[in-house]
Design a protein around this ligand. Structure first.
Ligand SMILES: NC(=O)c1ccc[n+]([C@@H]2O[C@H](COP(=O)([O-])OP(=O)(O)OC[C@H]3O[C@@H](n4cnc5c(N)ncnc54)[C@H](O)[C@@H]3O)[C@@H](O)[C@H]2O)c1
Length: 259
């Protein structure tokens, strides 16, 4: 990468980032726009989205970055089509797709209802798939990149999170296979798997009475919980030309918790 481009890795690039109203998605929106990306920010939380857009504005568009909000439920197929069309209309291209939106609950298996299981998959897995499918023709026009968000629970035991872990395992399997499917069309696909990161998602976690804490003690990161900005930095690497040789893999960013 030539020296001029350092810190401006997304200047001239446009795309979509989901989950941008909070936590890791908001941090990624700030990081990518700081480096020049023009992004349609998607989330179902309208107020949170407005705040992210305000923060992007406050940061300034030094490298040409900008953001606009699109409120939508990522599990709604029509809404996803609408978001992709809006990004193309607004920015003329969709060269980046960063899927961060997702939710999580701690639920012992006996309490996992079919409705909850289906909703976990509809949002975390199908929502990711829908954005990839709908954005693919645009991404293939100009050497695009997809970064999906899995989790350490995709590959490691996380008790009381069976539905969530299964939905993220599916995101990872989907990502790997998609990477090989679209490689020849010039689209690079990979996943970032965060470990424990301090966001509203993890602040809401409480374990059932009698939970064996020994497992969680073993996977507590030596350096403490991660910060959303640390995951955003990895997403920025993954989505940028710096990550051009990284394809079809899971980039685990977990502070060593699952080493
Ligand atoms: N925080 C962690 O420790 C951690 C670890 C591993 C993976 N992750 C994953 O990272 C991603 C971001 O998590 P976070 O910690 O920033 O959580 P967060 O709750 O702070 O942010 C998640 C965002 O996704 C949005 N969202 C949820 N369901 C949606 C839907 N149906 N449609 C549109 N938007 C929706 C929420 O409104 C929210 O703004 C999630 O996919 C999560 O599973 C988080």
């Amino acid at each position: 990468m030539d020296a001029e481009a350092i810190g401006r890795r997304f200047t001239g690039k446009a795309g979509i980032l989901t989950g941008a109203a909070s936590g890791i998605g908001r941090a990624a929106a700030l990081r990518l726009t700081a480096e020049g990306a023009r992004l349609l920010l998607v989330d179902r939380d309208e107020e949170g989205l407005k705040e992210t857009v305000r923060l992007v504005g406050e940061q300034g568009g030094r490298a040409g970055g900008a953001a606009s909000a699109y409120a939508a439920d990522i599990a709604d197929e029509d809404a996803v089509r609408g978001a992709v069309a809006a990004a193309k209309d607004r920015y003329g291209a969709v060269g980046l797709l960063v899927n961060v939106a997702g939710f999580h609950k701690v639920v012992p298996l006996e309490e996992v209802t079919l409705d909850y299981w289906n909703r976990q998959f509809a949002v975390n897995t199908a929502g990711t798939m829908l954005f990839c499918r709908e954005a693919l023709p645009h991404l293939a026009e100009g050497g695009g990149v997809i970064v999906n968000t899995a989790s350490t629970s995709a590959t490691h035991a996380h008790p009381y999170m069976t539905a969530y872990a299964a939905s993220k395992g599916a995101v990872l399997a989907f990502t790997q296979s998609l990477a090989a499917e679209v490689w020849g069309r010039g689209v690079r696909v990979l996943a970032v798997s965060p470990g424990g990161v301090a966001t509203p998602l993890t602040e809401a976690v409480s374990f059932p009475e009698g939970t064996d804490g020994a497992y969680y003690a073993r996977i507590t990161p030596p350096a403490g919980m991660g910060r959303p900005e640390e995951i955003a930095a990895a997403i920025a690497f993954a989505a940028s030309e710096d990550g051009a040789y990284v394809r079809g893999v899971e980039l685990r960013v977990d502070g060593g918790s699952h080493a």
